[in-house]
Each structure stands twice: as C-alpha cells, then as structure tokens.
Ligand binder design. Structure first.
Ligand code: ZN
Length: 511
C-alpha cells in the first residue's frame, strides 16, 4: 500500500510550544513519520491551517450522552416557567404509556436559585416524570413516581428532601436518586439506545473529539460496544461503572485490546457534588454551616481501600470520583499504592494540603465545570472558592492533568474546555482567578497527550499511532477565542467538517 503525504499545515504535536510547518506521512491510516515541511506535492493539502492531534475527552458518559441527544433537555431553563414549558412540550409529544424523563436542570441559573418541587411537574398530570439535575446527583419526580416508593428508610448516602410539614417535596439526592428512582425508570428500548450511541459518536467527531474515556456499565459494553468493535468511529477507553463488592473483573480480559477500544478501568465514588452540597469538605459549607457534604457508597462503608486493592490486583486501573477537598485528600492517599495506575476524577476543591500531596498524581479534570461553577462556588465555599480547580498551582505541584467534559453533565465541547483553561474566565467571560490559567501549550498537552495517556493509549502522532487530527480555522495558540475546530481527521481520512481551500503560496511559511 502506498504512503500518503498530508501537508501544507502548521502542526502542534507537543514537541514545541508553537505550531510549525510539517508534512505527515501516513500508511493505512497510521503515522509513519512527522517531518519538517519540504517543497513538493502533497496528497492532502491543509491550506496552511493550524492542526493539532485529534482532541481527547478523558471523562464522559457516551451512552448517557447519546441518550441525552434524544431526551427532553432542561439545560436552557432559567426558571420555573421555562422548566414547566419543557415538561409540558415533552408531555404533549410522548405516547400516553411512556415515562417522561428529562435532564439538565441547574437551579444556580435561576434568579432565586430555589430548588424545584413536584408542583413544577403538574402539567404532566398522572404521567410518571423524572427530571435529573445537570450533575445527575439529584432527581425531581412527580407524585405518581413517589406513590411507587417506600420512603420510610432512604438508602445510606442519600436524602429524600422534605418540606416544612415533613412531606417529601419530590426531590431525591445522591443514593436516594440512584437507588430509589433510577431502578424504577423503564429502560429505553435497546434499538433506540443503539441509535443513541451512534448519535453520541457522531456528535464527538463533529466537535473534534477522536478519542474518549467513557464511563459505562458492563451490560451496555457487552450489548452495544462489543458487537461493533470493527466499526467504532471514535477510539474508546472504557471505565466500568459497576462497583459493588465483590468485583467481577474477569470479563475484561476476554475483551480484545487494541489501540481503538479497550476496557481497563473501574470507577468508584467517594463523595457527591458541590452543586448538591454533597461534595465532602474538610470544613462546613459557607452557605450551610451544618453541612460538610457526604461520603458515599464504598467510602461511606469504609471499603474504598478494599475496592482499590481488588481493582489493582486484577491488573486494572482504579478511577476515583472525588470533588470536595476531603474526598480529594482521601483519593490522593488511596492512589499512593500505585499512582501510575490510578486517576482521580474532577478534583474540584483543592486546599493547600492536597496541593502538597499532588506530585505525580494523575488528575482528570473539567475546566468547563470550573467556569460554570464559579458563581456557585463563591456561595458554597466563600473564601475557599479560590481553590476551585486551581489548574496552574496543580500543575506546578507536579500533578499530571488531563481534560474532559463529563458529557452530558456539560456539553462535549473541547474548544470551550480549552478556552476555560487558557483564559481562566467564568462562563460569562468574566475573570475568575485568572492567575490559575494555563498556557495554550500546557492546555493542549492536557487535552491531547495526557488525556490519551489517561485513556491508556500511545502518544498522539507518534510513529505507528492512528493519524487522528483536529484542523483549526484560526490559531488557538495565538487567540483561543478566535479559533474553533473546522474539520476532524480519523485514520488519515476526513470524517467531519471540511478542509480549508488549498493556498499553494502558504506552504511552509509561518503566519
Ligand atoms: Zn462523570
């Protein structure tokens, strides 16, 4: 098979802080060599565009994200009226026997920040309704759903919220949402889920994402991923979400490992989230002095070490959800047994003690959460809000950062992630501890090279690696606000967007 030469591009591959003119020689979709540009014809002309390795999302939920493409979306609701309008519209559309499941609400986007209650769902009548908060750590349900439940003893690590008179409001937090509500919701028909997975992967490619680490249950991996290993358009590294002890990890070794799909990790939750005031903190919440958040699941049961040992002993990689500083401290302590194999997910609230213990720790973080949560964090944390994902300090103290979005918790938009990391701005574009921003080079390292390492894959664009690229319509190293991904290349082939028109005179010249 003859080689193909991709050229007339300014490539950033992590070897220098700025892009430089190169050609990439490709054989069967894999990189043979990246070399300085020389005059001469190329097979694929990039029109002088800035090119980076394909972007990597180190933490998302692909199946859930794909499903969210097909579900009522509350993420744009800015108050009760919007919320009710979305529920009413979905109720109109659905056949009478279906549950109405929506997601994405976030009370911090509403003027009074008040939590919703079951009266907000009245327009759906008797239909069972479940509305997940954007972080999936709280669910609002209709009276028809509550009528199916025994609410006398909520599961440990969960809360059934009650009004002043003691009656449940319809809001369920943490384990109460996962263990009481989630099992009741009828599964989406499997053929619709296959369509959702396709929609999800398509969405990734259109956003410039060519590789992702996805959190999935074993049953979904077996049903939806394994039968189609040959035609997955995105490189995937799967983290198993099943976490009940004793763990069964033997099945993973039967899954063929390749450089486009593997199952190699296992996730556990140590605490909840900042928005729900369930992230476990060293000190009480600034806006609720009685609360310090909670330990959940295995951490609550004091079995997190046992879990971690079982995962490592099986040759797998432990992945720990830790958001509050106390939970991050616990995760840092646990990962010490084998830092190279462990990752800590989110690591949002960081105090000095955690910075001191961060050398060599692999942290999978979401800069967009930092931008979105800036205002809320000031309420929750008061003066400690400056410790909300302090990227630069973390990196300086030797942490290895990789970026992700946690889609569908946040949109899968790697450009937004990079903007948040490079500018340090909040979601409205206002400065938020800008001294904790990263250089464009360091941000791209976290969004490509280290995120790929967190996935357990080779360094992007190294010899033999798949030739996956993001093509930019500006120079993100010059101005991240003026550049976005205009084309995505997978295995040397254009799969989304379009390449710029070739401009022969630009070859090999820096802008
Ligand atoms: Zn997640």
């Amino acid at each position: 098979m003859s080689d193909q030469v991709l050229g007339n591009m300014m490539l950033w591959d992590g070897s220098a802080p700025r892009p430089s003119p190169v050609t990439i020689r490709v054989r069967n979709g894999r990189v043979v060599r990246v070399a300085p540009a020389i005059a001469g014809p190329v097979d694929v002309d990039f029109g002088g565009a800035v090119v980076t390795p394909g972007l990597v999302d180190a933490h998302l939920h692909l199946m859930l994200g794909g499903e969210s493409c097909m579900r009522a979306d509350l993420s744009a609701a800015t108050g009760r009226a919007d919320f009710e309008a979305v529920v009413a519209a979905a109720h109109e559309e659905l056949p009478p026997d279906r549950w109405l499941v929506a997601s994405g609400w976030n009370e911090t986007r509403w003027p009074d920040g008040g939590l919703p209650d079951a009266t907000w769902l009245a327009c759906a009548g008797e239909r069972p309704v479940v509305c997940w908060r954007c972080d999936w750590h709280a669910a609002l349900v209709s009276p028809s759903v509550m009528a199916m439940l025994d609410l006398s003893s909520p599961p440990p690590g969960g809360q059934v919220v009650r009004g002043p008179g003691g009656a449940p409001t319809g809001l369920f937090l943490e384990a109460a949402a996962w263990k009481l509500i989630n099992p009741l919701v009828p599964a989406i028909p499997e053929d619709e889920r296959a369509t959702a997975l396709d929609a999800g992967m398509r969405h990734l490619l259109e956003s410039g994402v060519t590789m992702a680490r996805t959190m999935e249950y074993r049953a979904d991996v077996e049903r939806h991923y394994l039968p189609r290993l040959g035609d997955l358009p995105v490189k995937l590294s799967v983290v198993q979400l099943d976490r009940d002890l004793p763990l069964d990890l033997d099945w993973m070794s039967d899954v063929p490992r390749s450089d486009r799909f593997h199952v190699r990790s296992c996730k556990a939750f140590l605490d909840g989230t900042l928005g729900s005031r369930t992230a476990r903190l060293h000190e009480p919440y600034a806006d609720d002095p009685a609360a310090r958040g909670m330990w959940v699941e295995l951490a609550l049961a004091g079995r997190d070490q046992e879990w971690l040992d079982a995962v490592l002993d099986a040759g797998c990689s432990p992945v720990m959800h830790a958001i509050g500083d106390a939970a991050v401290a616990r995760a840092l302590e646990l990962q010490r047994r084998h830092p190279a194999m462990c990752t800590i997910e989110h690591a949002e609230v960081i105090s000095r003690a955690e910075l001191d213990a961060m050398e060599g720790a692999r942290l999978s973080v979401q800069p967009t959460h930092r931008a979105e949560d800036a205002a809320m964090a000031r309420d929750r944390l008061g003066g400690r809000a400056e410790g909300l994902l302090p990227l630069r300090s973390m990196q300086r103290r030797g942490a290895i950062l990789s970026f992700g979005t946690d889609w569908p918790i946040s949109p899968v938009d790697p450009v937004r992630t990079l903007r948040a990391a490079i500018t340090g701005e909040d979601i409205q574009g206002r400065p938020f501890h800008a001294d904790e921003a990263l250089s464009p080079h360091d941000a791209f390292v976290a969004a490509t090279i280290e995120a790929a390492a967190t996935c357990g894959y080779a360094r992007p664009l190294s010899a033999g690696a798949p030739c996956d690229l993001a093509v930019w319509d500006g120079d993100p190293f010059e101005d991240i606000h003026a550049a976005t991904v205009q084309a995505t290349i997978v295995d040397g082939t254009l799969v989304a967007g379009s390449l710029p028109t070739p401009q022969p005179h630009q070859r090999g010249t820096a802008p």
